[in-house]
Write a protein that binds this ligand. Sequence first.
Ligand SMILES: NC(=O)c1ccc[n+]([C@@H]2O[C@H](COP(=O)([O-])OP(=O)(O)OC[C@H]3O[C@@H](n4cnc5c(N)ncnc54)[C@H](O)[C@@H]3O)[C@@H](O)[C@H]2O)c1
Length: 319
Amino acid sequence: MQKIVVAGGGVLGTQIGLMCAYTGYDVTFWLRSEGSIGRTMPKIQRYSGLMLEDLAKAKALVGTPMGGYLYPKGLIRDWKSATVESIDALIVQAKTRFAENVHIELDMAKAVADADIVIESMSEDPQAKIGVYTALKDLLPEKTLLFTNSSTMLPSTFAPYTGRPGKYCAVHFANTIWKNNTAEIMGHAGTDPQVFRAAVAFADSINMIPLEVLKEQPGYILNSMLVPFLSAAQALWANGVADVPTIDKTWELATGAPAGPFKILDIVGLETAYNINQMKPDAETEGSLTNRLGKLLKEKIDKGETGVNAGVGFYDYRK
Ligand SMILES: NC(=O)c1ccc[n+]([C@@H]2O[C@H](COP(=O)([O-])OP(=O)(O)OC[C@H]3O[C@@H](n4cnc5c(N)ncnc54)[C@H](O)[C@@H]3O)[C@@H](O)[C@H]2O)c1
């Protein structure tokens, strides 16, 4: 069985690891401390539970006209031939794989000793990422491919720290990957084309739709569109132009989209939104829009209102 190591057990790291376990890989989460285990375990429980729930719900969609749109695309590879029985079999298999294929390890050397692929999905903080790449450099076996899930940073920024630039590229997932099953594959100039192809094949093997990004682009394809959209919505809020529900309602009613920008931000997580905001050049400029928005987001984060995962974000999900 091929071994995958996920560095970082946050919102996306947990989902990526579970998706790999679901599709039959042996998965180890490398975490930095006992405290991280306490934060990652509930996420593993939550996301594996949601994946099983969505499989169960998919049974009612079999044979319905909307089924082909609504089924969890990362969990059921071939919807056309899916039956209630085949979905039941997937549920049984998923429970076994979540129980047997998922491991947590604090010792980085042990975690990566026989890794085929390491996926870095740590906080969007360049120094934290560089620190981990530098530590990994001398521990990774020759064969290991190294992928980053960074949403906003380029692989060429980190390639020099990896000790294996040819075997390094970005494989970028979208949140709730078992339903929104895209994987944007983006190399840097030094990525070996065979490694790029291997990344595409790996993404396909974990039921993602690989989307090939042909040159380095900050934000890939998705975030080149999504980040300006979410920034525009947050600017309306920070400038007091409209309140959060009104902004969401406007978008939902006018475009038919199922979720407005603040519902999307709650899924993304406010820490990620904050980190992206703080990377802008005027983040520390007192009175600038970026600075005011940073303060508003920080206020919510300090209250623990970080999004769907926390039960409260821009909306209250505890009811
Ligand atoms: N949240 C999203 O919607 C989303 C979507 C696609 C990609 N991403 C990318 O995925 C990555 C992770 O994002 P997330 O939303 O899961 O973040 P998160 O805040 O939920 O999780 C970050 C994880 O990194 C760990 N971490 C931070 N610093 C570390 C260090 N120095 N050493 C070891 N571990 C450390 C934290 O303990 C945590 O487990 C980021 O690069 C982000 O850009 C996020």
